[in-house]
Design a binder for this molecule. Structure first.
Ligand code: RIB
Ligand code: CA
Length: 325
């Protein structure tokens, strides 16, 4: 039984691994990929998503670009973490399929309406596109199985002292998603900081001897330098694939059903996720918040998926993928 998903992302080094995990897992059926501005501008995150799909031999999967800025305020990209291209490190020169000629929200609406089964939305960037979909197309709500997003934290942030990048970039969008009442899982920094791409992991990618494995090794090598320089981390945390892993095997993450509020007005805390872990506020639970992750099983899942793609015959080839639906 495969789970139909749409991945909304802002590639981004860890978004790239999230896409590969989803594309290489037999338990996931990626109906489409949508892109949002975040780690880099929309043009760059879209180009990066096209390249990853092509390298993974998945150029037939429809892809559409979405919001170029948050609902409120201006976009602040993370070039210090992901570089000017958004995927600095490897040579990603590969022919790509064209993006669909519709906005990401329309592609999401169409895919959800046409899919027989309820669709899982996996968001690994700012939640702007997801919030727009839920606001513009309430008719799709019954057709959404759940929203699983990488964002927020039960502890401190990474972009401001208490704000995580995806939520800080678009707090209003996160507030809309968390108030919608859909089954929602939050994968925050408190667990993703445990999913570290160690030297052994990077060596395992390189040891695959495939273009895709080498691309992953070079992505993680760049990411390691960025995290060392900006945060003093010994190894980079791969945030986004943890959200995909939680869909593939929910037993991989331990969650608590609690209330998550998004700070919209704090002078110092705008974009903070206020997670009522001890249920002190009596606000009703609105998310399953990840509080633990089986790191060893997570990496085994990711490595298997990348190997699956690498040996799929087309993955990593420079062949022109078929045009998207
Ligand atoms: O804070 C980490 C998150 O922000 C990840 O999704 C990363 O790709 C960036 O989008
Ligand atoms: Ca991301």
């Amino acid at each position: 039984m495969t789970t139909p998903v749409i991945i909304d992302c802002d590639p981004g080094h860890d978004d790239a691994l999230a896409l590969m995990l989803a594309l290489g897992s037999p338990r996931i059926n990626v109906l489409g990929v949508t892109t949002v501005a975040g780690n880099q501008t929309l043009e760059k995150t879209t180009r990066n998503a096209q390249r990853i799909l092509a390298l993974a031999g998945a150029g037939q999967i429809p892809i559409a670009a979405g919001a170029a800025r948050p609902l409120v305020g201006e976009l602040a990209v993370a070039a210090d973490i992901h570089g000017e291209s958004g995927l600095d490190g490897p040579d990603l020169d590969v022919p790509v399929a064209e993006v669909a000629g519709v906005h990401a929200v329309e592609l999401m609406r169409r895919l959800i309406a046409e899919e027989r089964e309820p669709v899982t939305l996996i968001a690994t960037g700012p939640l702007t596109n997801v919030a727009l979909l839920l606001s513009l197309h309430p008719e799709v709500l019954p057709r959404i199985k759940e929203v699983v997003f990488m964002g927020g934290s039960t502890e401190r942030g990474n972009t401001t002292p208490y704000g995580e990048f995806n939520i800080v970039t678009d707090p209003e969008a996160a507030d809309i998603v968390l108030r919608e009442g859909l089954p929602t899982t939050m994968i925050g920094l408190n667990v993703t900081h445990q999913a570290l791409a160690t030297d052994e992991i990077i060596a395992e990618f390189r040891g695959m001897g495939t273009r895709l494995g080498t691309v992953c090794a070079e992505l993680m090598t760049f990411f390691a330098g960025a995290y060392r320089q900006n945060f003093g981390f010994g190894h980079p945390p791969v945030h986004d694939p943890v959200a995909v892993a939680a869909v593939i095997d929910p037993a991989l993450v331990r969650t608590e059903a609690v209330n998550v509020a998004v700070e919209l007005a704090g002078a110092y805390t705008r974009g903070a996720t206020v997670v009522d872990l001890h249920r002190r506020t009596h606000r009703p639970p609105n998310a399953d918040v990840a509080v633990g992750v089986d790191v060893e099983s997570f990496w085994r899942l990711l490595m298997t998926a990348v190997r699956n793609l690498s040996t799929a015959g087309t993955a990593g080839s420079a062949s022109r993928p078929s045009a998207p639906a």
